[in-house]
Ligand binder design. Structure first.
Ligand code: ADP
Ligand code: 5GP
Length: 209
């Protein structure tokens, strides 16, 4: 999709449970995008595979990687560390492969501030409603209310970062959302549509309690 001899960077962020991991996988499956597989100190979920979903490491291993300057960006999210490996990402970009990231707003800030010589497109995903978000979290966490509630506590703060992204999309129907994202990535006109921004702003207000 880049058209140049270098790949582009696409970043998806969202409050937990809005659907960015699902969307990143779909985008990678149906387009020429390689997923940046992060390192994390979080324990694997039952459906997650080492090296496919994450590289699962302990805190000492993660801190050694920080000391060795191995991360393009890293952050602490929900008491766990998460980071994107520099080597893996740059190898792909320099082979003209497009790289897609599923990272939080802190990581996005860090990547943007480095002023890298690659095109970067940032996209923020919103849930259709607070109730639907909670249901998605509960469902994913196999009805573990404690984890779902813990993730919801961060929502009001995380959602406010939508303003720092190039494009915002509501993940109601998955296929619709997917199509909007692809259209945006392919578009050369990245000017923000003020009417659309107002609509998103109202939607965000309805989500915050
Ligand atoms: P995130 O990566 O943003 O935390 P996930 O991609 O893990 O979120 O999605 C959270 C849960 O919601 C998953 O169980 C996923 O299958 C489900 N999900 C994602 N998008 C949709 C959608 N459009 N409609 C219904 N369920 C969805
Ligand atoms: P989860 O535990 O649900 O997989 O991810 C929790 C949060 O950490 C999500 O917002 C996800 O985008 C973010 N995350 C995953 N990998 C990384 C990473 O490498 N860096 C940063 N900054 N955030 C990440």
């Amino acid at each position: 999709m880049s058209g140049n001899n270098e790949g582009i960077i696409v970043i998806l962020s969202s409050p937990s449970g809005a659907g960015k991991t699902t969307l990143v996988k779909e985008i990678s499956k149906r387009n020429n995008f390689q997923i940046s597989i992060s390192h994390t100190t979080r324990k694997p979920r039952s459906n997650e595979t080492e090296g496919k979903d994450y590289y699962f490491v302990n805190e000492t291993e993660f801190k050694n990687l920080i000391d060795e300057n191995k991360f393009l960006e890293y952050a602490k999210v929900f008491k766990n560390y998460y980071g994107s490996s520099k080597d893996i990402v740059f190898k792909k970009l320099n082979k003209a492969e497009n790289v897609i990231f599923d990272i939080d707003w802190q990581g996005t800030e860090q990547i943007k501030s480095q002023k890298l010589n690659y095109k970067i497109v940032t996209i923020f995903i919103l849930p259709p409603s607070r109730d639907e978000l909670y249901n998605r979290l509960l469902n994913r966490e196999r009805n573990d209310e404690k984890i779902a509630k813990e993730r919801m506590t961060q929502f009001n703060e995380d959602v406010l970062h939508w303003k720092d992204y190039d494009f915002v999309v509501i993940n109601d129907d998955l296929e619709n959302c997917y199509k909007k994202i692809i259209k945006f990535i392919k578009s050369t006109d990245n000017k923000k549509d003020t009417n659309y921004q107002k609509l998103i702003s109202l939607h965000v207000k309805s989500l915050i309690n």
